[in-house]
Design a binder for this molecule. Structure first.
Ligand SMILES: [Zn+2]
Length: 90
């Protein structure tokens, strides 16, 4: 029951994240972009930060401690990475 619930939650989260990243930058997909472009474009950094916030927020709804820590840790890491890259490039 509980694991089925969290599985459907993570499926929804994956769908959400891929929807966000698919619309990250009109005109190209993530696989077309060079790493340099991904790291220097504000659009992609914003998507990374938004995805991180979404992960962290999703973690709040997870009851079990380990998945919650993982989600919130990954979300925090994504936001911090975006902030760091933003700070370096400006
Ligand atoms: Zn792009």
């Amino acid at each position: 029951m509980n694991s089925a619930k969290s599985r459907s939650g993570s499926l929804a989260l994956c769908a959400l994240l891929s929807a966000i990243s698919a619309s990250a930058h009109p005109g190209h997909s993530l696989s077309d972009a060079t790493p340099g472009h991904l790291l220097s474009s504000p659009d992609h950094l914003a998507v990374l930060a938004l995805g991180g916030v979404a992960l962290w927020f999703a973690g709040r709804f997870v009851q079990r401690q380990l998945p919650r820590r993982l989600l919130q840790g990954a979300g925090m890491a994504a936001v911090l990475t975006a902030a760091l890259i933003w700070g370096v490039r400006t």
